[in-house]
Ligand binder design. Sequence first.
Ligand code: AMP
Ligand code: ZN
Length: 470
Amino acid sequence: MEVRFFNTMERRLMPFEPLQSGCAKMYTCGPTVYNFAHIGNFRAYIFEDILRRTLEYFGYTVTQVMNLTDVDDKTIRDSKAAGLPLRDFTAKYKEAFFEDIKTLKIEPAEIYPAATDHVKEMIDLIRILMDKGFAYQAADKCIYFSIDKFKDYGKLARIDRDNQRDGVRISTDEYAKDAVGDFALWKAWDEADGDVAWESPWGKGRPGWHIECSAMSMKYLGESFDIHTGGVDNMFPHHEDEIAQSESATGKKWVNYWLHCEHLMVDGTKMSKSLGNFYTLRDLAAKGWTGREIRWVLVGAHYRKKLNFTLDALAQARDTLGKFDALFDRLRAVSADGDGSEVQELTETAKNAFASSLADDLNIAPALAAAFDLTRSANRLADENKLSKTGAEKILACFRDFDRVIGCFEVDAVRESAAIPAEVTALAEERAAARKAKNFAESDRLRDELAKFGYAVKDIPGGAWELKKL
Ligand code: AMP
Ligand code: ZN
């Protein structure tokens, strides 16, 4: 099946054609580890998870690199405020990040390079840019990238170069589009950096944020690779600067497909640390919400659409997931004979709809609709006693298959509330035996016994039975 993605670079849908057949190499801008990530950040990481799981679903071998930004303006500022060495300060948030992605069932990337472990690679890259004349040292001793030297500067964010001011230099990691200018590759040490510094051919200092991603992606994925992702806020200046550095150094096209996810919003504004309108995963866990429920909310919207976050959406997620759970429990209890042909068409239609939707730029709504349709049909067949054990297993297998991408269908989980006590099952079996022997007085007595435990037994033509909670 052809897989298509919306390539931000070209602003259009394009069939995915990897550089190496059957392999997908992707780079993902990871967390800046100066605080607990909020669920806006996790929207981006979940989009990337759905992307990698979809690629795997279609048979690609994925190599994903996600960096950990453990040195930049913010990490230095906050480690000082906390009175901790940078490494100790960031270690806590790195650990929290890995715990959080586990809670959200985000498949781990193959490699998580930390910026502070790759300063040598960054210096090497800056040296190449200096040698080739793309970079220069200014009077403030910082090394800047000269955007005039790279004719394609602005191609991703579509920056109008004609109306640009000349001679602007920016040393901060983050800046707005109206500040377009030469950006820092290497920042000369100043007092605010404290003991955070590395030696370089240009004096003591530290790398800028953007050079990190160029150096680490090329180290692990090569000078050209397939996919680069991030949130839309990363497009400028971060990704634009990454492209300028990488392509100037190698003279080659760096990345073939750029995928950006839209923001998680709160009351019409982007969820962000600086605005204070955020929830961390831990905030929500303290309110009793599970990783699975949060994941369901974040998975449910198309990645290129803004998603408004509400606690109400979490309540709906609980309700919806509960219905899936009830279906899985019900399907597991089906015991009637049959070859499963009653679900053949149903499951095939659902699988095709699911796969073709995801192949179409991760179109999640129709993919989930396929799961909902299958749920309705399965319940209907069970209501009408038309479902065999084989058929029920085929439906469960279909959900297991969907879960390779969705990561929320706990098809085989034994739920506390759903687990039927062994003595209840034993009574139901005794009753079935009594009924088979046409000892109806005994079977009625056992039915009453079961009711005392809060269970009703439903007979299915052919001698099978199903237990239901009263
Ligand atoms: P940061 O740690 O700020 O570099 O952000 C890490 C990732 O989260 C980046 O890919 C950002 O684009 C993304 N991000 C930050 N805020 C949001 C948000 N409200 N919605 C979606 N993605 C976000
Ligand atoms: Zn990056």
